[in-house]
Design a protein around this ligand. Sequence first.
Ligand code: SAH
Length: 319
Amino acid sequence: MSMEQLIVSCDSKYYWNSYAHVNIHEEMIQDEHRTQTYKKAIECFCRGKIVVDVGCGTGILSLFAATAGAKRVYAIDMSDIAHYARYIVEQNGFKDVITVIKEQVEKVFLAEKVDVIVSEWMGYNLLFEGMLASVITARRFLKPNGIILPNQCRLFITAIQGDDEFILRKKSFIEIYGNLNIIDDVCIVEPSIQNISPSRVVSTHCIIADFNMLTMKVNDVNFTSPFTIEIIQNTQVCGFCCYFDCLFYGKAHLTTKPGQPTHWKQTLFFLKTPLKCKLGDQIKGLYTCHANSKNPRNLDIIIQFSHINQCYKIEYHLN
Ligand code: SAH
């Protein structure tokens, strides 16, 4: 996908409107693990620095940077939330340190280079929303030895055991008014975003994407990765669970793994029929992720895998 296409799609009004409401920002700020991890990282790296906050929302990360002693902060957001950010900055007495810019980051010109880019751009399953491309374009602001927070982001896959509740709920839905089997299929191909208990994880974990924020390219978000996971108990596998983590130069670590509640939860990819597995079985597969061609903020994901000489292929859409 060309940069042009991405920038055009970034123009979409519905996207900016979704961030204009205070509730969505409230939910993010109240995500304690997320907000505290960024705070910790910002406190480690922003003292005396010139910082750009890509997608500042309410300006919370800019406030953290200013409080930590940043020399100057540029807080950029295209959504109307930027008006609140300006007000919040003033209210907190940081008008002279933080400049709020209501604009698409792709179109912003800064009169000076910055030491630090900070951005909370991650969507469900890491790449949903496609904001990563905007952060990559913001690297043009960086001084030669500048840093990006977070600097590394990884996506993981693991297998999960049968969720009776999910299957029963779907069954009752399908059976109330006769056979609504198409809905059954739709439920399966749409990944489910939910927090699961770590006790449902029944395999080893495998990294399927590992992005270096300083060097990755826009097109790296379209990828195919091989994975191998090993089953750790006799069980019935009902699907795969993906989650991500973000590293801040070893000083802070944000994770969305099962057992760590965050607003991103985990992404579950259910199988059409559960798979009987034994301790020590291997599942080898390929995970393919592509930005959707019509709306690059959505993801088309294909999981192909083999288990004891049987091959499976399922296509999912995250929208
Ligand atoms: N930094 C805030 C908000 C994160 S949500 C916090 O941590 O709470 C991401 C924000 O990025 C949204 O407010 C959205 O409007 C903004 N955003 C996404 N893409 C952008 C772009 N290309 N240019 C400017 N703002 C963008």
